[in-house]
Design a protein around this ligand. Structure first.
Ligand code: 5GP
Length: 202
């Protein structure tokens, strides 16, 4: 019997703020409840309706910087004046237990993950257009005009990094985007490095 345990995959999903990533992820997790969604740490204040420990672990700048100095993050980045980071320990525990881990992070963090975990699957979720993105950000009604302008500017820069990703999913319609991400996950789970461990051979 093969005693080696299959290590969980690391799946990274990025895309500009307002692209609909969170909706795609919520539906993805319904379809694949076996996936572990990593809750990030951030110094950004909670938006109305957000709960500590659910969308994010909301911490002070001081706590975040202390965690950086202790090497607590797989990756972290500054985005629109706030820190965001992924707990290294949690990710490692889940992957070692054979559980696939999903990260929703921005492009600098994804680049860091690519360097540290070359087998990670990187998926970029893009809006159909910048006009549509601008409309969605305003409709969300959570940020003031200056923050929206800054998010749009960041979105343009983020889209310049698309070619560093393995897959591009354009979110025209959530159900189609979810189907595409599910197909990517099915394919990536069939990669030989994950399958050979379980295969009995001929
Ligand atoms: P928001 O403030 O809209 O929740 O998130 C802003 C950006 O931070 C999004 O692009 C989101 O994907 C990214 N983000 C969330 N968590 C992390 C993280 O742990 N690391 C990095 N690098 N980015 C993150």
């Amino acid at each position: 019997m093969n005693s080696t345990k299959r290590r969980g995959q690391l799946i990274v999903l990025s895309g500009p703020s307002g692209t609909g990533k969170s909706t795609v992820i919520a539906e993805l997790l319904q379809a694949r409840p076996d996936l572990y969604f990593s809750v990030s740490f951030t110094t950004r204040p909670p938006r109305p309706g957000e709960t500590d420990g659910k969308e994010y672990h909301f911490v002070s700048r001081e706590t975040f910087e202390d965690m950086i100095s202790k090497g607590a993050f797989l990756e972290y980045a500054q985005y629109v004046e706030n820190y965001y980071g992924t707990s290294l320990q949690l990710i490692e525990e889940k992957r070692a237990a054979g559980i696939d881990v999903l990260l929703e992070i921005e492009v600098q963090g994804a680049e860091e993950v690519r360097k540290k975990c070359p087998d990670a699957v990187l998926i970029f979720v893009a809006p159909p257009s910048f006009e549509e993105l601008s409309r969605r950000l305003r409709e969300r009604n959570t940020d003031d005009e200056a923050v929206i302008a800054s998010r749009l500017e960041t979105a343009r820069k983020e889209c310049e990094e698309i070619s560093n990703y393995d897959y591009l999913v354009v979110n025209y319609q959530v159900p189609i985007a979810v189907k595409e991400v599910l197909s990517i996950l099915t394919a990536s789970g069939c990669r030989t490095q994950y399958r050979l461990i379980d295969w009995k051979g001929v």
